[in-house]
Design a protein around this ligand. Structure first.
Ligand SMILES: Nc1ncccc1[N+](=O)[O-]
Length: 239
């Protein structure tokens, strides 16, 4: 998989080369390109934005600059992802879909976003997703790209040391993950739940699922409504 990011703050994407993602790059599991949008400006001030038609606060990013950048960076295999608070919510399911893509290009908007014609024009040539990582307003899309790239790349075969954990994630079965414990058995007078030390794996699996159901019901009840039909057995229903 190749990932390209276009931004006016390329240094913001340096963490892509750190830790897990850095190792994935070093091992050739992914290629990552970060491009400074100003490479495609032509005026002496290297302007990337201008005042919004119709008035209003802030600035809008210019279509010409973005059009040239996307013409250069995108290809026939590209899925273009535009982080924006006005986008569809990013989910684990989207991360799994993105992990199957050959080429992802992330367009980071700043200010009040990118001229809509850039997205409309790109959509004539490639799949374009306007995606949100949450209902709050960031200054730009760069932090959202770090989130989406990490959620996507960790799913690629060979990236995680222990691939099973990608399956047992929160959200992979539609429920929040329950509590985890490790040594010591007692810490600050708090003991690890007895069942986890029983060695009875059927009981342990049951206890873990009950914990996940209880936590999901308490913190994110709406996720229970989204579970595929028949996900909850009789015991689950009783939790
Ligand atoms: N929430 C956001 N705010 C600004 C830019 C992008 C955003 N997002 O969620 O992708």
């Amino acid at each position: 998989m190749r990932i390209d990011v276009i931004t006016i703050f390329p240094e913001y994407l340096d963490p892509l080369r750190a830790a897990l993602l850095g190792r994935a790059i070093d091992r050739g599991l992914i290629e990552v390109g970060v491009h400074d949008l100003r490479e495609w400006t032509h005026d002496v001030h290297r302007a990337v934005d201008d005042a919004p038609y119709g008035g209003g606060p802030g600035m809008v990013m210019k279509p010409q600059v973005w059009g040239d950048a996307l013409d250069t960076v995108c290809d026939e295999e590209t899925r273009l992802v535009v982080p924006t608070p006005a986008g569809r919510p990013f989910t684990q399911e989207m991360a799994r879909a993105y992990a199957r893509e050959k080429h992802l290009v992330f367009a980071c908007g700043r200010y009040e976003g990118i001229d809509q014609r850039v997205i409309d024009d790109a959509a004539r040539r490639m799949p374009v997703d306007e995606v949100s990582i949450g209902d709050y307003v960031l200054v730009g899309g760069e932090a959202a790209v770090l989130v989406m790239v990490e959620a996507t790349v960790r799913l690629l075969p060979g990236v995680l040391g222990n691939p099973v954990s990608a399956e047992q994630d929160s959200f992979s079965d539609g429920l929040l993950e329950g509590p985890s414990y490790t040594r010591p058995e007692v810490w600050r007078e708090l003991a690890v739940p007895e069942v986890l030390r029983s060695g009875n794996h059927a009981l342990i699996d049951r206890w873990r699922r009950d914990q996940a159901l209880e936590r999901t019901a308490r913190r994110r009840p709406e996720l229970l409504d989204r579970l595929p039909e028949g996900s909850l057995d009789a015991h689950d229903q009783a939790v």
